[in-house]
Ligand binder design. Structure first.
Ligand code: UN1
Length: 487
């Protein structure tokens, strides 16, 4: 037996509104997906009245917060980064217990969140606008960045701290106030993050946290008169509803949705590297990443050898309790995800897909575990090759040559990330240009995102401006053009 960390207890009066934690009439339970009988904690269920109170608080805090020096706002984020770094194990244990992410990945995610807060803290010292030459003598012509106003941040369960970090850090640094609605599953981590931001010095009302059920709150969250922008990461179905509601209300949106990310393997690829990268991107975090590799498109001459290597690598992965140090692949996040992934597996079975490994879910009473699963020679039109499964499931698709591989890779409504394995610079550049994706990796994993560069997709994967890095300011600020005349 390895060491086993425990998730720290967090408050269950989990609504932060105007700087105080409020009790709610109802609560829901969060269970450990590796042991469904084990209660991790309870979280408050916000009502539409709580949503209205949160927007009122965010609106009241907006003016003083935008008037706070940007460098002071940045300093609070740097303090938050330090506090996150001091609490890596406690936060990682919460992620692992409530969402099922293996501890080693959970720690990495927590450190990434700290890096994101630190990056945006540093960005507070960057220029806030531009000065243009004017056509009129004696005129000073500027374009300055101003905060958008009150922003609604809606985050998924699969990155319980990194995705909140990459939305909250720029939102706050650029002077916005926030109503934050995390996914139910990840509510414990969200409470810890909100408490930590209070401790770092965030004034009352600047960040308001509402836990509860998104579906019940959507009208209140998206119809609030104070709302200026909504940033969302999650499913395409919910994203479409948000886009429609926001368009009706004239609210700015940023949506990061699904992916069906391909790894293209060309004849001159380094097979060992391709095997490692594809295995990690497909299987770690139990495949629950919008950047996961879910299609490996492999040229004919390497197909059989790579398939064998991928199967061997998948079978070597340690599947188990996410709170144990040696675990590489934890359970799926809960019953809904288990149902979705196993429905795909049953469908694949019924359609006679060639199963090379995995495909045998355990009894969900013992945890929502599925073993890493690979189907080979998958028809590119089969749902396993077209639908976002969000589980440790990889479809291997055979291609004739580079051109055929690119065509197959692009034959999807998604376009988040893609990778290509080749040792030829010309092929690499051709593929980087031809692959329809917002992020392309050559000889690397489709998953992963460094905090200082733009992140986002094309086609059905994203809409609105990019997240992360300097690109984050496009969504979280507006430009005001100021003519100062007659100088
Ligand atoms: C990563 O691959 O590390 O929800 C980041 C997601 C993406 C983030 C992926 N928005 O999986």
């Amino acid at each position: 037996m390895g060491t086993r960390l425990q998730a720290p207890p967090v408050r269950d009066d989990g609504l932060l509104i105007g700087g105080s934690w409020r009790a709610a009439a109802r609560s829901f339970e969060r269970h450990n997906p590796a042991r469904p009988g084990e209660l991790v904690g309870r979280s408050a269920v916000a009502t539409p009245e709580d949503v209205a109170a949160a927007y009122a608080a965010a609106h009241a805090a907006a003016r003083p917060w935008r008037q706070t020096l940007q460098t002071q706002r940045g300093a609070i984020l740097v303090r938050a980064a330090e506090l996150i770094e001091q609490r890596v194990d406690a936060l990682a244990a919460m992620l692992a217990a409530e969402e099922g992410k293996a501890l080693r990945d959970a720690r990495g995610e927590v450190r990434r969140a700290a890096a994101i807060f630190r990056f945006h803290g540093g960005e507070s010292q960057q220029p806030i606008g531009e000065i243009y030459p004017s056509a009129t003598a004696g005129t000073l012509l500027q374009a300055v960045r101003e905060p958008l106003g009150v922003v609604c941040v809606i985050t998924p369960w699969n990155f319980p701290i990194a995705i909140p970090a990459w939305k909250l850090a720029p939102a706050l640094m650029y002077g916005n106030t926030v109503v934050f609605k995390p996914a139910e599953i990840a509510s414990g981590t969200a409470v810890m993050l909100a408490e930590l931001l209070q401790e770092a010095g965030l004034p009352d009302g600047v960040l308001n946290l509402l836990t509860g059920y998104g579906g019940e709150l959507s009208t209140a969250l998206l119809g609030a008169p104070e709302l200026d922008g909504v940033t969302f990461t999650g499913s395409n179905a919910v994203g479409r509803q948000i886009a429609a509601a926001a368009a009706g209300a004239g609210v700015k949106t940023q949506l990061e949705l699904g992916g069906k990310n391909p790894s293209v393997v060309l004849a001159d690829a380094d097979l060992e590297r391709a095997t490692g990268c594809i295995t990690r991107s497909a299987m770690l975090s139990t495949g629950q990443r919008c950047t996961a590799t879910s299609r490996a498109i492999v040229v004919d001459e390497l197909f059989d050898e790579l398939a064998q290597r991928l199967v061997d690598a998948a079978e070597r992965l340690v599947v188990g309790d996410p709170l144990e140090e040696q675990t590489e692949v934890g359970p799926l996040s809960g019953p809904a995800q288990y149902e979705k992934v196993t429905t795909h597996m049953r469908g694949a079975d019924g359609d006679g897909l060639q199963l090379a490994t995995g495909g045998q879910p355990g009894d969900p009473a013992g945890g929502y575990f599925v073993t890493p699963t690979i189907y080979i020679d998958v028809d590119p039109r089969h749902p396993v090759a077209t639908e976002e499964i969000f589980g440790p499931v990889l479809a291997l698709i055979r291609a004739r040559d580079e051109a055929d591989a690119i065509r197959l890779a692009n034959d999807t409504r998604y376009g988040l990330s893609a990778s290509v394995f080749t040792s030829d610079l010309r092929s690499a550049m051709r593929c980087a240009a031809e692959l329809q994706a917002g992020v392309v990796h050559v000889n690397g994993e489709t998953a992963g995102a460094e905090p200082h560069v733009p992140f986002g997709g094309v086609k059905g994967s994203s809409s609105g401006s990019r997240e992360q890095g300097k690109a984050a300011r496009e969504f979280f600020t507006e430009l005001k053009t100021v003519y100062i005349e007659d100088l």
